[in-house]
Design a binder for this molecule. Structure first.
Ligand SMILES: N[C@@H](CCC(=O)N[C@@H](CS)C(=O)NCC(=O)O)C(=O)O
Length: 287
């Protein structure tokens, strides 16, 4: 069936596909509600999607490395329920997308996951090399990820897993691009231990939640379709990063699906990982 665009596009609220209910052609808040604030300087408003996990991984890595000032409150933003359109969230991120960070210590609002990683790396002097060339290479890969992941998620993942029908043209186009990106990563990781070079950095923290989940078949069920096993250097890097304790904790924060013992829907203290996972605090009347 061929589609002929009308002269002027108009919004058809029910255009189908998962997430159709939260997509709008306008920005701004839909309702008045303040963002919650906890005791720590760093207030994170997020959800454990790959973009959210980038930041919770960084915060947990900072704490693991002894930066006590990185302790944080993480509040759950349920994007299916429209929490990202509350006035309080929009004040922190006018783009209405998780993750968003408010630093009560400096008064800075920080949005865009890449900007949040860079902000935290500079604030704590960690996970970003100080040598100018090494720093530039790390930022090359961080910005590469920020520009590339939308082709994986919004392109390939959307059309392969979430669109109302399987359309050959976009699946071909984005499978091609996703495989090209995996090859870019594989060639880089054949040369160096980590994306920025010899050291684990914010570039790895940004990239792992997307391409790690893809090669471990945790998203889209496309591991076989994309023959992810053939990217052996990517797999080596994914296997190694998966074992980091901070990475394991980071993926639990603001998670509201999957095994209940892996869901720490809100995080306010390090001890919450032991005492406040969903299996332990789920109300009797929750589904
Ligand atoms: N470029 C943004 C992308 C953030 C993003 O796409 N967040 C999604 C979840 S992974 C979201 O909040 N979607 C809600 C919406 O689109 O209404 C970043 O890196 O922070």
């Amino acid at each position: 069936m061929t589609y002929t665009p009308p002269k002027v596009w108009t919004w058809d609220a029910e255009n189908g596909g998962q997430f159709a209910n939260i997509n709008r052609p306008i920005a701004g808040a839909t309702h008045d509600k303040d963002a919650p604030v906890g005791d720590h300087a760093l207030q994170l408003y997020s959800l454990a999607t790959p973009n959210g996990v980038k930041v919770t991984t960084m915060l947990e890595e900072l704490l693991e490395a002894g930066h006590a000032g990185a302790d944080y409150d993480a509040w759950l933003i349920n994007i299916q329920e429209g929490d990202q359109f509350s006035s309080g969230f929009v004040d922190v991120n006018p783009n209405s997308k998780i993750p968003a960070l408010f630093d009560r210590g400096t008064g800075a609002r920080v949005f865009e996951s890449g900007a949040i990683l860079l902000y935290l790396a500079e604030k704590f002097g960690a996970f970003l090399p100080t040598d100018a060339n090494a720093r530039t290479e790390t930022l090359n890969w961080l910005f590469w990820l920020q520009g590339s992941a939308p082709y994986l998620g919004g392109g390939f993942g959307h059309f392969y897993a979430y669109a109302p029908e399987k359309f050959e043209y976009p699946i071909n186009r984005f499978a091609m691009e996703t495989k090209r990106q995996l090859d870019v990563l594989d060639r880089r990781l054949a040369e160096t231990a980590y994306l920025g070079g010899a050291d684990y950095s914010i570039a790895d923290m940004a990239t792992y939640p997307w391409y790690g989940a893809l090669v471990q078949n945790k998203v889209y069920e496309a591991a076989e379709f994309l023959d992810v096993a053939s990217y052996k250097h990517v797999n080596r890097w994914v296997d190694e990063i998966s074992e980091r304790p901070a990475v394991k904790r980071g993926r639990m924060v603001n998670r509201a699906w999957g095994p209940e013992e892996e869901q720490l829907r809100e995080r306010h203290a390090a001890s919450d990982f032991e005492t406040r996972t969903w299996d332990k605090i789920k109300p009797a009347d929750a589904d």
